[in-house]
Design a protein around this ligand. Structure first.
Ligand SMILES: *Cc1c(COP(=O)(O)O)cnc(C)c1O
Length: 376
């Protein structure tokens, strides 16, 4: 949390939960990535927070952008970024969306299947493609599982097809899982990449690029390694698997770029017990899974929560949202320690909310409006 955010909240006039994001923190994060991985281009993962002021700042700092849809491409173009700084990184695209992206000037596309290569060859002829390989996501608090990427053994065939169809077989990508707390997790995927580079070289195709994906963490309740440690581990892995021929690399940080820049202010609506013997109190906030805190799903992301009573004794509480859906419980399996003196009407500050909150809010379930967002 920053003084600028606290100051903004003190002078705020409207009410209801809101997310406030401090652009100074994004600026520092960008500088840290640039310093930790000096030879790597940054493609900010727009989905983490697509606010125009965030995109505009990152554009001015020199960032490129990883997008997942035509709307995200348009959001990036709208802040004056050239299409040559945009990657269409979703491996699941309608052919007419590929054609629209191509018409907008985008020439870099992700694939993980032959069918997607065929669509791109038809709708975006001559473009560069990179093939995403599976990564098991272990060590990540928000694993991306098996939805994206193909088995490493399939990648060479997919890129060879791209080459045959007149596309540029540009490189490989992977994502080690979001909120990846282990910097060494890049090593296994880079080993696979090295092998695929050599396999394709034998078939006469030279790959140039490895997209190292996102996964860089935000500090929530648990400590996380510094970006510098990730840079060092990645560089060592590149050396190990590519020797002196280190390819062009890019990273796609989302959470690590904006997560710690944002804070949510919410309010305690009700504190109650379910029975006289109940050991845990229930604390209901005016924000829950449906208006910004979707990443508490399965209690995966545990946000730090501050209150004005933090010096007092703590007790375990079930924390829940305001909506009339019983899945709208944030922490119950592992109750959250909150001050015994916490009161109805008190404000709580939830840290690390700059990524995956505002756009993960429903349009108005139960009449609760989408999460308000202020970028300062
Ligand atoms: C979501 C996503 C990212 C960003 O991931 P973080 O863990 O938030 O850094 C990067 N690349 C791709 C392809 C993604 O889908």
């Amino acid at each position: 949390m920053t003084d600028r955010i606290l100051d903004f909240l003190r002078h705020r006039r409207d009410e209801g939960p809101c997310m406030v994001l401090d652009l100074d923190v994004v600026r520092e994060n960008y500088a840290r990535f640039a310093q930790a991985l000096p030879d790597t281009r940054v493609y900010y993962a727009v989905k983490a927070n697509p606010d125009a002021r965030v995109l505009d700042l990152l554009a001015r700092l020199g960032s490129s952008f990883d997008t997942a849809s035509v709307v995200e491409i348009e959001q990036v173009l709208a802040v004056g970024v050239g299409a040559d700084r945009i990657s269409y990184g979703n491996t699941i695209k309608k052919e007419r969306d590929i054609a629209r992206a191509f018409a907008l000037g985008v020439r870099l596309f992700a694939v993980d299947s032959e069918a997607e290569v065929e669509k791109i060859a038809r709708a975006a002829p001559g473009s560069r493609v990179f093939c995403r390989i599976l990564s098991d996501g272990s060590g990540a608090e928000w694993p991306l599982s098996r939805k994206f990427g193909c088995a490493p053994a399939m990648a060479a065939g997919i890129l060879e097809l791209a080459h045959r169809l007149g596309l540029v077989a540009h490189g490989l990508s992977f994502h080690v899982g979001s909120q990846q707390r282990n910097p060494r997790m890049w090593d296994g995927a880079l080993k696979d990449c090295g092998a695929i580079f050599r396999d394709l070289a034998e078939r006469g195709i030279t790959l140039n690029m490895v997209n190292l994906g996102g996964g860089f963490p935000t500090r929530y309740l648990k400590d996380v390694p510094a970006v510098k440690a990730y840079g060092q581990a990645i560089f060592r892995a590149l050396r190990r698997h590519f020797g002196n021929r280190i390819p062009e690399t890019i990273i796609e940080p989302g959470r690590g770029m904006v997560g710690n820049a944002g804070m949510i202010e919410a309010e305690v609506v009700l504190i109650s017990r379910k029975s006289a013997e109940d050991k845990v109190k229930w604390v209901y906030l005016d924000i829950g899974k449906f208006n910004g805190l979707a990443e508490t799903m399965d209690e995966m992301i545990r946000y730090p929560i501050r209150t004005a009573f933090d010096d007092d004794a703590l007790e375990p509480c079930v924390l829940a949202g305001p909506s009339c859906d019983s899945v709208d419980v944030l922490y119950e399996k592992d109750p959250y320690m909150l001050p015994v003196s916490l009161e109805i009407g008190a404000k709580v500050l939830i840290e690390g909310c700059g990524a995956y909150t505002t756009t993960y809010s429903t349009v108005g379930f139960n009449g609760f409006p989408p999460l308000k967002s202020y970028v300062i």
